[in-house]
Design a protein around this ligand. Sequence first.
Ligand code: G1P
Length: 275
Amino acid sequence: MITKCLFPAAGYGTRFLPATKAIPKEMLPVLTKPLLQYGVEEALSAGCQVMAIVTGRGKRAIEDHFDISYELEQQIRGTSKEHYLDEIRAVMERCTFTYTRQKQMLGLGHAILTGEALIGREESFAVILADDLCDNGEGKTVLHQMVQIHARYPDHCIVAIEEIPRDQTDKYGIVAGEKIEEGLIRVETMVEKPAPDEAPSTLAIIGRYILVPKIFEILARTEAGRGGEIQITDALLELARQGRVLAYRFQGRRFDCGSVEGFVEATNYFYRTRK
Ligand code: G1P
């Protein structure tokens, strides 16, 4: 059972300036729902009950979003508009939110290590990067699929992957390994954002992970890598060398909402399919 999901949410969202000057990028909405809420709903669908959010300066809107707004409740209660609050109320009832702040932006690995205070070293946990927005229609969500694999490989880390065009390898963590069953690879090597001619494959990690607690100990001694940042990919490589990392080709569709193009694509797609 995976009960906790970590959400690194301290990044600046530079690519969305000026929109992200006073609003966290995780709060940008696709239709009427902030990206982070989609992530939290996915974690709920996978059985998580604790949402552990690593925030930073200027991110208070996130905490307010997952809290009761008494003024709003009072204004809207008993009116025809009350149903607009249904979804967020349902989310808040079903889980607990915990927060810590990442004081310096030293990379995704560092953000995950900062989350140790919320996760502890007792159990495996999930990580969702909210700007990778996934849709599965009526089917099982990506994290739900991964939790089911984790139940069969409990002492393994799992990363979600998808095939990408070779000219984009320098935007992702790239994995290569041996196929052990349909859609599942035992990772032998992984590299953070390799140049297209140096990439060991075109299988890219997307923002869904299940990690074993041992990862914290490894992250604590992982040195800065690509871009001068502490990379989760580098820490995972140590476990991959012991055969303990699986890469899963998920079912569903993923949008890169960290880019304006992906964000617009997601918006159009959700408008067409969810309106
Ligand atoms: C991060 C990870 C990368 C992964 C990507 C998925 O990169 O470092 O390995 O492929 O998320 O979205 P970022 O997009 O934060 O630069």
